[in-house]
Design a protein around this ligand. Structure first.
Ligand code: SAH
Ligand code: F3S
Length: 482
C-alpha cells in the first residue's frame, strides 16, 4: 500500500464490505428505507477509509450497499484532488454516471471528498447533474442531506434543483464513535489523524482536508480491538503526517506501543510519516516492537536543498539522509519507499540529477514518482510559476522511472533462495490456485496454495523467482516457524 497514493482503478465499496449493520450518526435511523448506495473511491487509503466511514454512517440509517452501479439509488464518488489527472478522471466518470441517472429517474449522484472541497463551483458548473457536493468533514450529515434531497424531489418533480452543498471544514471532526464498515479480511486501516498543517507549497491537502487533528487514542484502540476480534491480523494507521500525531500528551510512538499490546494484531504498519517529525523515540519503538513492520514510506520529494526550500518541506537533504542512516542502524533490514516530484518550479538539471544521485545512494525499495501538477489555491500556484516545460518534466520522469525499476529489480533478486514470512491475504489476481500476500517489508509474494493454509496466516515461503515487484515461491513448512 505504500503512501497515501492514488489507486490505479476506482474501488467499489462492495469489494470491501459485506452488507452489515454498523453504528454511527444519530438522527434519521431508518431514512434510507433499504435504498441502495454505491460508493466508488478514487485516491489514497485515507479515501478508502473515508468510504468505509460513509458506508458505516449510511448503513446505520437504513441504507444498504449496492453491488453494482446499475442497482444503485444513490451513487457517491469519493474523490482525490492531489493531482490534476485524478480530477480529470472523476469528471469523466460522473458524466458516465449521469447516463445511469437518465435511465433511472430519482437516482442521486454525490461527489464527496477532496474534489468536493476544492472544486465545488466547477462541479456545479460543469456537471449540473451532480445532486450533492460533500466535503471530508461533512459525512455525518450525509443522511440528513439525502433526506433533504428527498424533500426537494417530493416538492417539485422537475429535477432542476441546485445541488446540496456541504463543504464546511471542521477542525474538531474526527468521526469518533462511528464504526466504519469493512470487508471481512486480513488487513484493515484506521485513520488516526485527519487534515494536515504542513502546507508544502505544492500540495492541496491542507486546503481540502483542513487542519491537522488527532483521533482520540481510545477511539483508535477501540477500532483496533474490533479489527482483531473480527479476525484481522494487520492494521495500518493512517494520517497525512502520521508521526506528527499528538493527542493530550500521547504521541505517535506511544500509540504504536499501545496498539502493539492488542492480542490478535500481528502486524502494524503506518503511512505516511513526515521526515521532520521522525524522532529517535519513534525509531527505538519501531526497532523494539516485533509487530511493527520494518517498512517505512518516507517521502523525500527532491534531493535539492534549493527545491526543498521552495517546497517548504522543512528539512535539508542532509537531515533526510541522516534519518535514513539512523533508521537503518536501528533496523538493518528496513525497507524504505518514497515519493518524488519531478519538474517542480525552478528544478534545474543539476537539481534533478541530485535527486537521481540520492535515489542511487539510498536505493529505495520502491518510489512513487510524479510530474509536478500545479494545484489551484496552493502557495505555488499563486507565487511560483510552473516553469519547467512539460516535455522536460516528461523526459525526467521517464529517466527516473527507468532507473528506479532497475534498482527495484536489483533489490528483489537477492531474495531468491531466501525464506520470507508472508501474511496470506487471499487469492492471487491471476490464479485461484495461488495465494498472494505481503512480507513484513511490504514485498508482494505469490505461491501455490497448500492444504491447511488460509488467509490471515503468516507462512514461511522459499523464494524461487523474483521480478522487480513480485516474489514467487513456495511454502516451506520444515523450517523454524516465523
Ligand atoms: N502527506 C501525504 C502526502 C499526500 S500527497 C503523504 O505523504 O502520504 C501524496 C504525494 O503526492 C506527495 O508526497 C507528493 O509526492 C505528491 N504530490 C502532492 N501534490 C502534488 C502536486 N501538486 N504535483 C505532483 N505531485 C504531488
Ligand atoms: Fe501535503 Fe505536505 Fe501535508 S505533501 S499532505 S502538505 S505534509
Amino acid at each position: 500500500m505504500g503512501q497515501l497514493q492514488i489507486a490505479d482503478a476506482p474501488i467499489n465499496l462492495i469489494d470491501l464490505i459485506e452488507n452489515k449493520k454498523a453504528t454511527g450518526g444519530d438522527a434519521l435511523p431508518e431514512a434510507g428505507n433499504g435504498r441502495k448506495v454505491y460508493i466508488e473511491t478514487y485516491g489514497c487509503q485515507m479515501n478508502v477509509a473515508d468510504s468505509e466511514l460513509m458506508g458505516g454512517i449510511l448503513l446505520s440509517h437504513g441504507y444498504t450497499i449496492a453491488r453494482t452501479v446499475e442497482e444503485a439509488d444513490v451513487i457517491l464518488v469519493n474523490t482525490c484532488a492531489v493531482r490534476e489527472k485524478a480530477e480529470d478522471r472523476v469528471f469523466g466518470r460522473v458524466a458516465t454516471l449521469n447516463g445511469y441517472k437518465n435511465r433511472k429517474p430519482g437516482v442521486v449522484i454525490g461527489v464527496t471528498g477532496c474534489m468536493a472541497e476544492h472544486l465545488r463551483d466547477k462541479i456545479t458548473d460543469q456537471a449540473p447533474y451532480v445532486d450533492m457536493v460533500i466535503g471530508p468533514d461533512a459525512y455525518r450529515r450525509l443522511p440528513q442531506m439525502l433526506a433533504d434531497k428527498d424533500q426537494q424531489e417530493a416538492k417539485d418533480k422537475k429535477d432542476e434543483h441546485d445541488p446540496i452543498i456541504d463543504v464546511r471544514l471542521d477542525r474538531r471532526e474526527t468521526y469518533e464513535g462511528i464504526t466504519p464498515v469493512r470487508e471481512e479480511g486480513v488487513t484493515g486501516w484506521i485513520t488516526i489523524q485527519r487534515g494536515c498543517d504542513k502546507f508544502c507549497t505544492f500540495c492541496i491537502v491542507p486546503y481540502t482536508r483542513g487542519r491537522e487533528r488527532g483521533v482520540a487514542p481510545r477511539e483508535i484502540l477501540r477500532q483496533a480491538r474490533a479489527l482483531a476480534e473480527a479476525g484481522y491480523k494487520e492494521v495500518t494507521l493512517l494520517g497525512q503526517t502520521v508521526n506528527s500525531y499528538k493527542y493530550e500528551g500521547v504521541d505517535f510512538a506511544d500509540l504504536l506501543t499501545a496498539v502493539a499490546q492488542i492480542d490478535g494484531i500481528e502486524r502494524i504498519r503506518f503511512t505516511s510519516p513526515y521526515p521532520v517529525d521522525f524522532t529517535p523515540k519513534l525509531i527505538e519503538t519501531m526497532a523494539r516492537e516485533d509487530k511493527i513492520c520494518k517498512y517505512i514510506h518516507f517521502p523525500v520529494q527532491s534531493a535539492s536543498n534549493e527545491v526543498l526550500k521552495v517546497m517548504r518541506r522543512g528539512y535539508t537533504i542532509e537531515e533526510f539522509r541522516q534519518l535514513v542512516v539512523d533508521m537503518r542502524a536501528a533496523m538493518p533490514d528496513l525497507a524504505i519507499s518514497t515519493d518524488i516530484i519531478v519538474g517542480f518550479p525552478g528544478e534545474s538539471d543539476e537539481d534533478f540529477q541530485a535527486t537521481m544521485d540520492l535515489m542511487r545512494e539510498i536505493r529505495f525499495d520502491f518510489a512513487y514518482m510524479f510530474k509536478y501538477s500545479e494545484r489551484e489555491g496552493t502557495f505555488a500556484h499563486k507565487r511560483i510559476p510552473d516553469d519547467v516545460p512539460e516535455a522536460v518534466k516528461g523526459a525526467r520522469l521517464k529517466e527516473m522511472i527507468a532507473m528506479q525499476e532497475g534498482i527495484c529489480a536489483e533489490i528483489m533478486k537477492p531474495h531468491i533462495g531466501k525464506l520470507v514470512h508472508v501474511l496470506i491475504q487471499g487469492n492471487s489476481r491471476k490464479s485461484d490456485d495461488d495465494w498472494v500476500g505481503r512480507t513484513d517489508t511490504f514485498k508482494t509474494a505469490i505461491f501455490p496454495k497448500v492444504e491447511g493454509t488460509e488467509p490471515g496466516q503468516i507462512v514461511p515461503v522459499r523464494v524461487l523467482k523474483a521480478t522487480s515487484h513480485t516474489l514467487v515461491g513456495e511454502i516451506e513448512w520444515n523450517c523454524s516457524k516465523p
